[in-house]
Design a binder for this molecule. Structure first.
Ligand SMILES: C[S@@+](CC[C@H](N)C(=O)[O-])C[C@H]1O[C@@H](n2cnc3c(N)ncnc32)[C@H](O)[C@@H]1O
Length: 239
């Protein structure tokens, strides 16, 4: 897909993870961000980081991502909400970001560090003692089919093993929750919505066949291969 369609694709998504508004508020409550620093590793357009800044005077936010288009969306949102002085977006590799940081977010971005285990290990060295990390990551909620393994790769863990990896890295679990079915369905639907609407409006566009194929494949894979199989957990971790 070209840059225009790629940019359009994510416009209907609030954030790039299966998460309701109410669940996000709960996670921010459990993170208890104060007037210190909060660094978002693999922030995308940093919606959760901006929400944290918006409700916490004195919080200084830094969003780190390698995707310039997402960072530009985050900067524009920060300006619109009067948060530009409070939240900075930096184009950089999260895996080599130096600490110490007081509080961290890493949601759907463990692959930036190589794997779930690598992310938990690295972030345990980057988050300062006494700090907290909101770690959102995929896990196998049911045994994956060969096709699901092909789509998502071999690094995803069942939840007990993910928790073992967190403990081995020195983290204490302060909160655990998981995306529910409606959050997943909404995530998948909003991932497809902008392109599905574009296709209805542009059936004769030369790119229509490619978009139709992508939309069909994504929906088939979701309902056929990973709905109810790939879970997504949110852990508030302390050390
Ligand atoms: C599934 S998205 C999640 C984005 C965001 N955390 C959210 O919840 O909306 C994963 C993000 O990780 C970013 N990413 C991948 N590799 C990275 C790296 N090495 N350093 C920083 N960001 C990276 C991608 O650009 C993408 O924005």
């Amino acid at each position: 897909m070209d840059d225009e369609l790629n940019a359009l694709r994510r416009t209907r998504m609030r954030w790039n993870t299966p998460l309701s508004e109410a669940h996000a508020e709960l996670l921010l409550d459990r993170m208890a961000p104060g007037p210190g620093d909060l660094t978002d590793f693999g922030c995308g357009w940093g919606e959760l980081l901006l929400r944290a800044a918006g409700r916490t005077p004195g919080l200084r936010g830094t969003g780190v991502d390698t995707d310039g288009t997402s960072l530009a969306r985050g900067r524009a949102a920060a300006r619109e909400r009067g948060l530009a002085a409070q939240v900075e977006f930096v184009e950089a590799d999260a895996a080599t970001w130096d600490g110490p940081v007081g509080r961290g977010l890493c949601i759907g971005a463990s692959h930036a560090f190589g794997s779930t285990k690598a992310a938990l290990d690295r972030l345990a060295r980057v988050v300062a003692p006494g700090g907290r990390l909101l770690f959102g990551d995929g896990y196998w909620a049911a045994p994956p089919s060969p096709t699901a393994l092909e789509i998502f790769g071999g690094d995803i863990l069942p939840l007990p093993e993910l928790l073992d990896a967190a403990a081995a890295a020195g983290w204490q679990v302060l909160h655990l929750s998981a995306a529910d079915q409606r959050e997943w369905d909404d995530f998948e639907s909003t991932s497809r919505a902008a392109l599905a609407e574009w296709l209805l409006a542009h059936p004769a566009d030369p790119r229509a066949a490619e978009v139709r194929e992508w939309l069909g494949r994504r929906l088939r894979e979701y309902v056929g291969d990973y709905r109810g199989v790939l879970g997504f957990t949110y852990l508030v971790l302390g050390r």
